[in-house]
Structure formats: structure tokens, C-alpha cells
Design a protein around this ligand. Structure first.
Ligand SMILES: [Fe+2]
Length: 211
């Protein structure tokens, strides 16, 4: 049977590719400071409890406010196409960010830990593509593409499928493999809003995800 989403290399094979790759970033504290200042001046993340995790932002606006981010991206030769802020609010404290997989249009983002990072975990699961086909597909709100309906097995995935990694992103940016099913789960002592920055590179550094 052909897969419902028939794209070469999608989803990612966890035997061949890693869920994430850590990048060295000595300027992370400055990036965090600049992004937090931008967030406080330009958003209401601290006063409202949005039920949406992703907030697309104007790259121009954040770029001007976060010169260290821009110079870091330049230093790793990865110009940006788009930036989004991911915010976990306490309305999400029970379920976290539901199990999902990135659209076939984007595999390797670079994610930065920004604020309230303790006790929040990204979990990647080895869900076979045959199971994803059985779950079906839906339009993705963040792209013009279709994605698998993995939210249907959010509550049971840890019982039924192997967890590849449970990762607390805290002191390094990572190349993030969105083509493996994943969810974000806060622990009991997590603080809110937990903020991360996702950058969509012009040229994806997919090779860094190879095992
Ligand atoms: Fe994701």
C-alpha cells in the first residue's frame, strides 16, 4: 500500500535518523535575554492563557530586536526563512502539546530554549507508518499540507509504542526532527508560560540528523 502522505523519506526512519542534534551556542544567554525582551514588549504571553501553542511572528521585527540570534544563525551559515514562538500555558498542563508530526514541507527546524525550561520534556515515539495511515490525515493549520492525525493516540502512545527519547531542552539549541511523531509533556513542577523559539532555516540542515 502507498502511504497516505507519499513523500520520499517521510516520515523519518528512527533507525536512520536521530530525533534531535544539539548545537553549541555560547551566546544562548544573550539570545534568551533579547527574545524575552521582545516577548514582553510585543506579546501578551504573560497575561493571557492562549490555547494555541504556535505564534508566528514577523521575522523582521524579531530580527531587529535580537541581533545576537541573527549573528548566531549567520555564524552557523543558516539564514532564516521564518520564526515562530512556541508557548506552553497552564491551560496545557494536563495534556501538554498533543502528539503530532511535522508536515512533509519542513523536517529540520532549529529550536532555542528561552524561558521556564525546567521539567518540560519533548518525547519522540517510534510509531510505524502503517499505524499513521490507519489514523488518517487532516489539513495542517501551520502549512498548506496534510498531516497524520496522531492526536488520536496522544494518551496511549507511551503504552503502545517505544519512546525514542525524552528530552529536556534547557541549555543548547537543537536541530529538531519534526518527521518523527512527538509531543511535549510538562512535569508537575513545570512553570508557565514555557517559551521556546522555533526557527525555520532557508536550507534545512537535515544531514545533522543522520545517525
Ligand atoms: Fe512539533
Amino acid at each position: 500500500m502507498t502511504n497516505l502522505i507519499d513523500v520520499e523519506g517521510y516520515p523519518s526512519d528512527p533507525k536512520k535518523q536521530k530525533p534531535y542534534h544539539e548545537l553549541e551556542c555560547p551566546v544562548l544567554p544573550q539570545i534568551q535575554e533579547e527574545v524575552m525582551l521582545w516577548v514582553k514588549q510585543n506579546t501578551d504571553f504573560f497575561s493571557t492563557k492562549s490555547e494555541a501553542f504556535w505564534h508566528k511572528i514577523s521575522g523582521g521585527s524579531m530580527g531587529r530586536a535580537c541581533p545576537t540570534l541573527m549573528s548566531y544563525m549567520k555564524s552557523i551559515k543558516t539564514p532564516l526563512r521564518e520564526i515562530a514562538v512556541g508557548v506552553l500555558t497552564d491551560t496545557m498542563k494536563d495534556d501538554g502539546l498533543l502528539l503530532h508530526i511535522g508536515s512533509p514541507l519542513l523536517q529540520a527546524k532549529i529550536n532555542f530554549p528561552i524561558h521556564n525550561l525546567e521539567d518540560v520534556y519533548t518525547e519522540w515515539y517510534d510509531v510505524p507508518v502503517s499505524k499513521m495511515n490507519e489514523l488518517g490525515i487532516r489539513p495542517d493549520w501551520n502549512s498548506d499540507s496534510m498531516i497524520y492525525k496522531l492526536y488520536k493516540i496522544h494518551k496511549t502512545v507511551s503504552r503502545d509504542y517505544p519512546c525514542i527519547t525524552r528530552y529536556n531542552m534547557i541549555d543548547k539549541p537543537i536541530v529538531f526532527n519534526s518527521w518523527i511523531a512527538h509531543r511535549v509533556i510538562p512535569g508537575k513542577s513545570a512553570k508557565y508560560p514555557r517559551i521556546m523559539l522555533a526557527t525555520m532555516p532557508m536550507y534545512e540542515p537535515r544531514h545533522l540528523l543522520n545517525k
